[in-house]
Design a protein around this ligand. Structure first.
Ligand code: SIN
Length: 538
């Protein structure tokens, strides 16, 4: 058994920001499934949005965020994140992140992405996430109070008398189960793109934190709002390699196979409309024409600018035989970002005392019904720091526990040679989620998806109890549960809003915006946008 003051599950941007900001106050353990460079944070190409130039203002950033979020953003959270932006950027710069600057003048070289009315995306070439993670990993590894454990996949939270005490986690390289106690436990496991067959996300994005929080009884909100990135490379070997929206920010155009531009018929912002609009327009055109992909065209831009600014993307495309300076790139949408998650307040508190959620795992209210591009790295840093400030106090107020928790019980579980069942279920869930609960949805499709997911969850449950746990089985159980939450919330919402588009209910609800809330043992309910969460001890 390992004890700590702060148990952090997830070693991406949010988790390491939290760890670094509490480490001077106690012992920190960070559990992660793999190396930092396999996290979603590491893959972020675009950058981090913040108001750092005289041409921009907090009001403009706020307006853009709210417009993208289609009425579901919490205004005070939007303001809090945007105002904290410049300080967060300085925090990252102090840690050594080399954001790109303009060559002659030395000002920040700011990028633009869909839905932003101003240039405000700080980037480090097109390797932003990688540079940020390299700086944070270096700082965390050097801190004497931070212990980073890899190849650990958390299975279940430990909860006693309504308070979170830590988690059980599998050591996947030795196949042993460990008990990790924390005075505060933080879920920072990223998103759940692997619920869908086509996704820009890394393999580890299986919604582990979301599923664990739900099983422990925490409230989950707005799970139906899944963002599909419009431009992933369509190539058999590319595994949905993301082509950053920054390409369109620098003048890239989306075209149909015949070369025509089509987005202005959907939105006056054309290729730089928000992602919900662009992804839906592409989906509509592909289905109407029977085409497999649309084209992202950079060939009209200066080739040396393109190869310098997008060195990573250019190199990767060349490895597939595509030179983006001379050839338009074939692209399709893919699942990219969960706007919903563990419902939290402005301090990252979940509804389960002692449990925090930050980064993509959380639903803070910043993104509403559709995230504005590059606001997520900002949210990860703002909430990593806000949750750290709160957790330092919580650690001293949290009730003491009388006895150690029971060790993990693997019962009569035996080894299985039937991994075919696990992989069949993986494929099936991800495919029907794509077809039934994807970019365009309908009531009938929700019914079909729900029937299938209920059946599969039963099958997984039987499997789970009979066989020794493997990381594939743990992840399958998690994607199935997250899929069920998405289907339930999507089926209950009686409107189309932001990323959630139901053919049978294409209008906004006359009742105004509300959060969908799913909680273990209760039916889906709709609440006013979330408020502060107060625990009995604080
Ligand atoms: C991109 O570079 O297009 C992705 C950035 C984001 O999702 O915010």
């Amino acid at each position: 058994m390992d004890s700590s003051d702060f148990l952090v599950i997830g070693g991406g941007l949010a988790g390491l920001t939290f760890a670094l900001n509490v480490a001077d106050h106690g012992k920190v353990i960070v559990l992660s499934k793999g190396l930092a460079d396999t996290s979603a944070s590491d893959r972020a190409q675009g950058g981090i949005a913040s108001v750092v130039s005289a041409e921009d203002s907090f009001d403009e950033h706020e307006k853009d965020t709210q417009r993208a979020g289609a009425g579901l953003c919490r205004p005070e959270i939007v303001r809090m994140c945007i105002e904290a932006g410049p300080d967060c950027i300085q925090h990252l710069v102090d840690l050594g992140v080399p954001f790109s600057r303009k060559e002659q003048v030395g000002d920040w070289d700011l990028g633009k992405e869909g839905g932003h009315s101003k240039r405000r995306v700080l980037h480090a070439g097109d390797f932003t996430g990688h540079e940020i993670m390299a700086a944070l990993t270096k700082a965390a590894s050097a801190h004497p109070n931070i212990r980073m454990l890899q190849d650990r996949i958390a299975v279940n939270l430990i909860e006693e008398d309504g308070v979170c005490r830590g988690a059980y986690a599998l050591d996947s390289s030795h196949n042993t189960m460990g008990t990790f106690l924390g005075r505060c436990t933080v879920l920072a496991t990223g998103g759940a793109g692997k619920v869908y067959v086509y996704t820009s996300n890394p393999d580890m994005a299986t919604g582990d934190g979301m599923a664990m929080a739900y099983r422990a009884g925490a409230e989950m909100s707005n799970m139906e709002f899944v963002q599909f990135h419009p431009t992933c490379l369509y190539h058999p070997r590319a595994k949905n390699f993301l082509l950053s929206e920054a390409l369109r920010g620098e003048g890239g155009k989306l075209r149909l196979a015949d070369g025509s531009e089509f987005l202005r018929t959907y939105d006056s912002r054309g290729s730089l409309a928000t992602r919900d609009i662009v992804a839906r327009a592409i989906d509509f055109e592909l289905k109407k024409r029977g085409d497999d992909y649309v084209l992202l065209d950079m060939t009209h831009l200066d080739a040396s600018f393109v190869t310098q600014r997008f060195a990573n993307i250019h190199k990767r495309c060349l490895s597939y035989g595509l030179d983006m300076t001379t050839t338009p790139l074939p692209v399709v949408p893919a699942a990219h970002y969960f706007c919903g998650g563990v419902r939290t307040d402005h301090r990252g508190r979940s509804s389960l005392p002692g449990l925090y959620a930050i980064g993509e795992t959380a639903n803070t209210g910043l993104h509403g019904a559709n995230r504005l591009a590059s606001n997520s790295l900002l949210e990860a840093v703002v909430f990593g720091r806000a949750a750290a400030r709160d957790a330092i106090h919580w650690r001293d107020q949290a009730p003491a526990f009388s006895s150690p928790p029971p060790p993990w019980d693997s019962g009569e579980a035996v080894d299985s040679d039937e991994m075919v069942v696990v992989s069949q279920n993986w494929d099936e869930i991800r495919r029907f989620m794509w077809n039934y609960v994807g970019i365009v949805r309908s009531d009938k499709r929700f019914e079909r998806a729900l029937r299938r997911i209920e059946f599969m969850r039963e099958e997984i449950h039987d499997y789970y109890w009979n066989f020794l746990l493997t990381s594939d089985l743990i992840e399958l159980r998690n994607i199935a549960l997250v899929a069920e939450m998405v289907v339930l919330a999507a089926g209950a919402r009686t409107e189309s809003r932001g990323l959630h588009y139901n053919l049978n209910r294409p209008q906004l609800s006359a009742d105004g915006p509300s959060d969908s809330v799913v909680k273990r043992g209760s039916a889906v309910r709709f609440d006013p946008l979330a408020q502060e969460i107060n625990y009995p001890w604080s």
